[in-house]
Design a protein around this ligand. Structure first.
Ligand code: OOG
Ligand code: MG
Length: 259
């Protein structure tokens, strides 16, 4: 059995200090998924104890492009906290991150609780609004390399997210063309259909996976449904933008240099 509290502290401090650490699996052998999710919860609990609140859940590896990029194919999920929220168009501090990457995503906001096995109709009925979104992932592991247990323990690499304008819940998110630019340069194009064939499937999976861990998705929460394309490195870029057709635009700027 892994030392849950000690590993959670190590990951929490790596995120706080924007300093990469060695993989857990490399040091301590296997890390079963159940333990990895316990570490994730314990690490996020430390953040909540400092005053942050839970504001949602993120899904990972819901598209082929992401599975291929990272060499993992099991869907994972992580927790979104209030200190991860970036306002559309606002600046982030580069020094807060180790080796950030950005992904074009679709997000939903909930108006009713959702947990366990839900039908598509039940999932849709719980949606308050939909938006295009950008997720900033920043693995706490050296070289952005990890096994499944590592990345689950590390809250699915999540570190910040930006949502575009919130649109009516019946807005079609099933096949939206997405164009992502870093410093004005086209880096990724794709479609939201790459997210499990339809991003609403990812919402259903979020309810099931979080529910299995005893977490009920709450009204007001944002659910990030996963990257539609591979992630792009932010490097020393100054701006990121996503054009998502009828879902509109979302972006942020980056200030300062790396830590
Ligand atoms: C893990 C997080 C994956 C997504 O959208 O698929 C993810 C990683 O790639 O570091 O956020
Ligand atoms: Mg993502």
């Amino acid at each position: 059995m892994a030392d849950i509290a000690a590993i959670a502290a190590r990951l929490d401090e790596a995120a706080l200090g924007a300093r990469a650490i060695a993989q857990i699996t490399g040091q301590e052998g296997e890390l079963p998924l159940a333990e990895a999710y316990e570490i994730q919860r314990a690490a996020i609990d430390r953040r909540l104890a400092r005053g942050a609140t839970l504001v949602g859940v993120k899904m990972g590896f819901t598209s082929e492009a992401k599975m291929i990029q990272m060499g993992l194919k099991d869907q994972i999920w992580g927790r979104l906290t209030s200190d991860m929220v970036v306002v559309n168009g606002a600046a982030i501090e580069r020094a807060r991150f180790i080796h950030p990457r950005v992904e074009p995503e679709v997000a939903v906001r909930l108006k009713a609780p959702l947990a366990g096995e839900v039908t598509r109709a039940e999932a849709l009925a719980a949606v308050d609004a939909v938006a295009a979104a950008l997720e900033i992932i920043d693995s706490r592991y050296e070289n952005f390399r990890f096994a499944l247990g590592d990345v689950v323990a590390d809250n699915a690499s999540s570190s910040a997210f930006v949502t575009g304008p919130w649109l009516a819940p019946d807005t079609d998110v099933s096949d939206v063309a997405m164009t992502m630019r870093v410093d004005g340069e086209l880096v990724e194009t794709g479609t939201s259909a790459a997210i499990l064939g339809d991003p609403i499937r990812s919402l259903i999976a979020a309810a099931r996976l979080a529910g299995a861990a005893g977490l009920v998705l709450q009204p007001g929460w944002t659910i990030m449904l996963g990257g539609a394309t591979a992630a792009a490195a932010i490097g020393d870029a100054r701006s990121v933008s996503l054009d998502a057709g009828h879902l509109g635009r979302v972006g942020f700027t980056i200030e300062g240099g790396a830590a």
